[in-house]
Every structure is written in C-alpha cells, then in structure tokens.
Design a protein around this ligand. Structure first.
Ligand code: COA
Length: 351
C-alpha cells in the first residue's frame, strides 16, 4: 500500500502588495528586495474578512473537487501553519467547521513546523494511510503572515519576505506500487530555535532566555501575564530572523536532505522530473538547483509572485505546477523544505 496525491488546490488573496508599496512604510527598495530575495510582490489577505482558516478552506475545497470526492468523505484533517487564527484551538477544527463537516467522524491535527510543516504533514499522512487507518486525508498548509509583521524599518529584513496564501492536497491509498509517496525524510535541530522565531507571546517568561529582550511575566500576578505592556511598548510581538545564518544553513540542508531521499530509494538527481523547494528565497533555490545540477525547467519557483508563504509555499507551488501541466503521471517529484526550528525535510513522489 502506498499513499497517492489524489487532488491539489491552492488559493492566494486578491490583494497584491508590490515592493514599492512596502516603501511607504519602511526604508527599503524594490531593487534591494529583488536582488536579495527575488521577490517582486506578495498577497495580503483582507483584514476582518479572511483568516488563515478561510484561506485554507478555499484551497481545501479546490483539492477536494480535484480529487473527485466531497468534503463528507474526509476522514482526517491535518493543518500546518505558524499563523493560526487562535493561540488555541488550532486551525484543524476551524477548517472542519468552515467546510461544514463537523458531523462526520474525522479527527483534526495541527502541525507547528513552520516552513517544513507541509513536508512533516505529508509524512504523517503517509503513515496513517499506509497503516490502513484513513482513506481520505485532507492536508492543508496556510498562512496569514500579514497580520503579524513589523511594518517599521526595524522589521524590514523579515517583513519584505513573507506573504499570505494556502495550499491543500487530498491523500488516498493506492495499491499501484509504481505510484505515490516513495519516501519522506524529516530532521530538526533546536540549537538555533530563537534565530528564526516569534518568541512572544509565550510561556517562557524569560526563563530559557534570561534576557529582557524576550520579556518577563508580570510580577503582580501569581502566574504571569501572557502579553505584557512592556512587550507592546518595546515592539516585542513580532518575528525576528538572523537572515545570514538561515541562508547559510539552508543551502547546506536542502541538497543534503534531497540526496538522502534519493539514496533511500536508489535514485539519483538525474531521475528528478520536478523539484518543488519551499519558496524561502529565490537565491536559496537557485543555489540548490546549481548544487544538484538541475535545469531551469526542473525547478519550480513562484516566490517572485507570492513571497515566502511558509507552510503554504510547497502546496501552492505543487498545485500550480499540476494545474499548469508541469506535473505528469509517472513523474518523479521531489519536495524539500527548511525553516524555523530549525526543521527540514524532503519527500519523493512518483505521480
Ligand atoms: N531593505 C533594505 N535594507 C535592508 C532590508 C530591506 N528589506 N533588510 C535588511 N536590510 C539591510 C540591513 O539593515 C543591513 O544594513 P546595514 O549593513 O546598514 O546594517 C543590510 O541590509 C544587510 O543586512 P543583512 O541582514 O546582513 O542582509 P542579507 O544580505 O543577509 O540579506 C536576507 C537579508 C533576509 C534577504 C537574507 O539574509 C536571507 O534571505 N536570508 C534567508 C532568509 C530566509 O530564507 N528566510 C526564510 C527561511 S524559511
């Protein structure tokens, strides 16, 4: 028994935000952003009307239709995001409600693996399908970054990179041994957890970090206060990133984890028909492409249009590639991701 991708879907908000638009809020330029990241524009969801869950639901409906099933057929939901609607509960149950399938006996699982969330989700879904536990798993990666970015010059290194969007797949069992997920490789190393992170609000109270930068609990309460005035005053409720460390680590881990998947399946880089890397930065993807000696038509890049959409980037790119006819039956498709944690991973799929 193998796991096949039975349907793909994606959705990006209509609102296009160009690099020039961002120059109204922060000291940056179209040239700087394109040169360092390749990003030309990104999408932002409509405040008060859309959320991570509603973006995910639009992608999910497309994937469900593409798989030729109905929402009622879904027996398990996996939702990967770092920008959930609520701190808890997670987006999985909200998506179930949004799709109108609260009456069915489905479980819902939320994944907090940031840029690798979709790859981790595929691996989990693959195990559930192969064990015979589920027959129609809906896996969604969705992000609404625009609600949590720092639009001042202080936050420019992070803010210019990220965009909103969602992608989804429906996974089903197949008995065709020449089709489906061939292998998944997952890795993590928490050494640099705070180097690409949104640390506040959280339960740490400065404990692990021992520095005011990360805020302390309110001393006037027996517990702590989740969000302190100091966090607001000191602009501590935003993501931070040590860009060069992320870049240098990513360009090593991406090729490593892709080669690991190929070795496990006795395949080589020349067997890859399409590489769909997490859209972190165009320069990172170009570096990986060069290292693996892949031609331009074998690598999917859409970061120019959407920015980095974290857990949504691979399923958006995969869905676009399928709907554009770039993925054909029998193709060997390789997915790879690296991001906050650090976590990274790869998946090989025979389509
Ligand atoms: N516009 C203009 N200038 C900017 C800027 C922006 N948006 N962001 C940062 N800068 C400035 C910095 O303030 C710094 O100025 P200084 O030299 O006067 O201090 C200068 O550019 C260089 O900063 P640095 O952070 O060293 O830039 P960089 O060359 O490393 O590029 C990134 C920054 C973020 C583009 C790059 O590090 C990167 O892409 N890293 C990987 C990020 C990534 O992929 N994240 C997602 C992982 S899932």
């Amino acid at each position: 028994m193998r796991t096949k991708i039975a349907g793909t879907g994606h959705y990006v908000p209509e609102n296009v935000v160009t690099n020039d638009d961002l120059t109204k809020y922060m000291d940056t330029s179209n040239e700087w952003i394109i040169e360092r990241t390749g990003i030309e524009e990104r999408r932002y969801a409509t405040k008060h009307k859309e959320s991570t869950t509603t973006l995910g639901a639009k992608a999910a409906r497309m994937a469900i239709k593409n798989a030729g099933i109905t929402a009622e057929d879904i027996d398990f939901i996996i939702f990967a995001t770092l920008s959930p609607d609520y701190y808890f509960p997670g987006c999985g149950v909200l998506l179930q409600r949004e799709l109108g399938i609260t009456g069915i006996e489905a479980g819902a699982l939320d994944i907090r693996n940031q840029c690798s969330g979709f790859v981790y989700g595929l691996s989990i879904a693959d195990q559930f399908i192969k064990s015979g536990m589920y027959k129609n798993i809906l896996l969604v990666g969705a992000e609404m970054h625009s609600m949590g970015l720092d639009f001042s010059t202080e936050g420019r290194n992070v803010t210019v990179i990220f965009g909103d969007g969602a992608g989804a797949v429906v996974l089903q069992p197949t008995e065709d041994e020449n089709q489906g997920i061939l292998t998944t490789c997952l890795h993590s190393d928490g050494t640099h957890a705070e180097e690409l992170a949104m640390i506040n609000p959280g339960s740490h109270g400065g404990y692990h970090l021992g520095t005011e930068k990360f805020g302390y609990p309110d001393p006037s309460t027996p517990g702590g206060v989740f969000v302190t005035q100091k966090m607001v005053d000191d602009n501590m409720l935003v993501p931070n990133m040590t860009g060069q460390l992320v870049f240098k680590t990513a360009v090593v881990k991406f090729p490593q984890v892709i080669k690991e998947a190929l070795e496990k399946t006795n395949l080589s880089t020349s067997d890859i028909d399409l590489l769909i890397p997490h859209q972190a930065n165009l320069r990172i993807s170009q570096f990986v492409q060069k290292t693996l000696r892949l031609s331009d038509e074998k690598v999917v890049n859409n970061i120019q249009k959407y920015g980095n959409t974290t857990a949504a980037s691979i399923p958006i790119a995969m869905s676009e590639a399928w709907h554009d006819g770039r993925i054909k039956d029998g193709d060997l498709v390789c997915l790879a991701a690296f991001g906050s944690g650090f976590t990274w991973g790869s998946v090989l799929i025979r389509w």
